[in-house]
Design a protein around this ligand. Structure first.
Ligand SMILES: Cc1ncc(COP(=O)(O)O)c(C=O)c1O
Length: 475
C-alpha cells in the first residue's frame, strides 16, 4: 500500500487521471437530474470555468489587498439588488452559499435586536415548517429558538398561526420565495407587515427563486410580491450557485438598510495577530465562484436568464400536466415556479423513484413530515427542461402497475429507533449500511427499502441515523 500522502510527486497526467476516476460516478449535468444541477448550457459553463480559474489567486479576506474582490462582489451585489427592487440605501454581501446567507441573516437579526432591544433575553424566530433546514442549523448555532409556523393546504405559511405565535422575543420572521420542497411563495407582504408591526426583522429566503422569479415576472407570469420592495422586508437571500448558474460557492445576502448589514459583520481586535473584520463567517475565502457568477450574469444578460426562465416554466408545465393527467399521481401544491413535489395516490412512491432511476433519471425521494406526505421532488433547470417530454413519458410508464405502498416491518423500524438512540443491540451503523446495500458511499440502485425505513422512522431517529451514516462515509 502506498502512502496516503505520497513521498514523491506523480506526473500531471497521473494525478488528473486519478481525479477523473474519482469523479466517474458523480451525478452528470446531462439533463437527467431533477435536483442538484443548475445548468445554463455548455457555453455558459465554459465561461464560468474560465472565470473561476482566473479568480483562483484572489483572497477575499482583505479587499484592500485584493481590490478585485471588492469590485467583483460589489457588481454582483448591485445586479442582485436591482433584480429584487431594493430600496435606496440597500446593500449586500456575497456569501459561500444559501446556508451561509441564511446563517448571517439570522445572526444579523439577532445582533440588531440585541442592540436595539436591550431587554431581549431569549431570541426567537417564527419559521414556517416548510422553510429550509438551514434555518434550524442557524438557530442551533446561534442560540435562537425556532417557533414553528404551520402552513395551509397550499403549503404556504399560515399568517394567522404566525400572528398567534408572535411575541416580544421574536427577532425574526421568515418567509420563502419559494419553499424548496413545494415551490410555493409564502405570503411575504402579510408576514412582513406582521414583523414590522412588532419591531422584528423579516427575512425572505429567495435562495431558489431570487434569480428566476424576477425573470418570470418580466416574462409576464403572475408572481406574488416577494422582494425587497415589500414594506417590512429586512433581508433577502438569493443563491447564484443555483439559478444564477454559477459554480458552487456563491450566494448573496441583501439588506434593506446598512445598519442591518453592520450587525452581520464581525470584527475582532482582542488577540495578538492582525485586527480582523469579516463580512461573512469565513476568514480567508475564495472569490472564484463569485467571479464566475459575475461573468455568467454579464455573459447571459437579462435576456439569457429570461429565455431560460421561460424554458424552465414550459418544462415544468409539461411535467405537471403529465402528473395531473395520470391516475395515481398528484401534485402536492401548484407551484409558483419550476420546483415542486408530487406523490402517488396509488402505489409505492419510493418504488416509483427507483423505477425512474433505473431509466436514468435522478429524482429526489422525500420523506413525510407534518402535513407533507412522502413524495418525489423535482427541480427544473434549463438542462432537464429540454427533456421534460421524455421524462413525462417515462414517469407515466413507471407509474403503471406500481406495487401498493409497502410499510417496512415494525420491528425493523423499532431497531432503527434503537440504533439512533444509541442502543442498537450490537448492530453498528457500518454493519447496518452493509446490510442495506450501501457501499462505497453510494445508495444501491434499488434504494426504495432504505427510503421506506427512513420515512417510517421518527424525524429525531432520521437525524441521528444520517449522522451515523455520514460518519461512516468519512475517514
Ligand atoms: C429555499 C432554500 N434556502 C436555502 C438553501 C440552502 O442553500 P445551500 O445548499 O446553498 O446552502 C436551499 C438549498 O436547497 C434552499 O432550497
Amino acid at each position: 500500500m502506498g502512502r496516503a500522502f505520497p513521498e514523491k510527486g506523480k506526473s500531471r497526467d497521473e494525478v488528473m487521471a486519478a481525479l477523473t476516476d474519482h469523479r466517474a460516478r458523480d451525478l452528470a449535468s446531462d439533463g437527467r437530474a431533477f435536483a442538484f444541477v443548475y445548468d445554463a448550457g455548455a457555453e455558459a459553463r465554459e465561461v464560468a470555468r474560465e472565470a473561476y480559474a482566473a479568480c483562483m489567486p484572489i483572497n477575499g479576506l482583505d479587499p484592500t489587498v485584493y481590490p478585485s474582490a471588492r469590485k467583483i462582489e460589489n457588481q454582483v451585489v448591485a445586479a442582485c439588488l436591482e433584480l429584487v427592487n431594493a430600496p435606496p440605501g440597500a446593500c449586500g454581501t456575497a456569501t459561500a452559499g444559501g446556508t451561509e446567507s441564511v446563517m448571517l441573516a439570522v445572526k444579523g437579526a439577532r445582533d440588531y435586536a440585541r442592540k436595539t432591544r436591550p431587554l431581549l433575553t431569549a431570541p426567537k424566530m417564527l419559521l414556517p415548517v416548510t422553510a429550509h433546514a438551514c434555518f434550524h442549523k442557524a438557530a442551533k448555532y446561534l442560540g435562537v429558538e425556532v417557533i414553528p409556523v404551520e402552513v395551509d393546504a397550499t403549503f404556504r405559511a399560515d399568517v394567522a398561526d404566525a400572528r398567534a405565535k408572535m411575541s416580544d422575543d421574536v427577532i425574526l420572521v421568515v418567509g420563502s420565495a419559494p419553499s424548496y420542497a413545494h415551490g410555493v411563495i409564502d405570503p411575504i407582504e402579510e408576514l412582513a407587515a406582521l414583523a414590522k408591526a412588532h419591531g422584528a426583522s423579516m427575512h425572505v429566503d429567495a435562495c431558489v427563486g431570487g434569480c428566476v422569479l424576477p425573470f418570470m415576472i418580466e416574462n409576464g407570469e403572475p408572481i406574488p410580491r416577494f422582494d425587497l420592495s415589500v414594506e417590512g422586508v429586512s433581508t433577502l437571500s438569493m443563491d447564484l450557485h443555483k439559478y444564477g448558474f454559477a459554480p458552487k460557492g456563491v450566494s448573496v445576502l441583501l439588506s434593506a438598510r446598512r445598519e442591518l448589514r453592520d450587525a452581520q459583520y464581525f470584527a475582532c481586535a482582542t488577540w495578538t495577530g492582525y485586527s480582523i473584520v469579516n463580512t461573512t463567517t469565513l476568514g480567508s475565502k475564495s472569490i472564484a465562484a463569485c467571479g464566475a457568477a459575475f461573468t455568467v450574469m454579464h455573459y447571459l444578460g437579462r435576456e439569457g436568464y429570461r429565455e431560460r426562465a421561460r424554458a424552465m416554466w414550459d418544462g415544468a408545465k409539461t411535467v405537471m400536466a403529465a402528473i395531473e393527467a395520470t391516475d395515481g399521481l398528484e401534485l402536492l401544491a401548484k407551484p409558483d415556479m419550476g420546483c415542486f413535489a408530487f406523490r402517488t395516490t396509488k402505489g409505492d412512491v419510493f418504488e416509483l423513484a427507483d423505477r425512474l432511476g433505473a431509466r436514468g433519471w435522478h429524482v429526489q425521494a422525500t420523506y413525510a413530515f407534518g402535513r407533507s406526505p412522502a413524495h418525489i421532488h423535482l427541480t427544473i433547470d434549463p438542462g432537464n427542461a429540454q427533456r421534460a417530454g421524455a421524462f413525462a413519458e417515462d414517469l407515466v410508464a413507471c407509474t403503471a402497475d406500481l406495487p401498493d405502498t409497502i410499510e417496512p416491518p415494525a420491528q425493523v423500524v423499532a431497531m432503527l429507533e434503537g440504533i439512533a438512540a444509541g442502543g442498537g443491540g450490537g448492530l453498528d451503523a457500518g454493519t447496518l449500511m452493509g446490510q442495506l446495500g450501501i457501499a462505497d458511499g453510494q445508495l444501491p440502485t434499488q434504494s426504495a427499502m432504505i427510503h421506506r425505513l427512513l420515512n417510517a422512522a421518527s424525524p429525531a431517529a432520521r437525524e441521528a441515523l444520517l449522522v451515523l451514516f455520514l460518519g461512516e462515509l468519512y475517514s
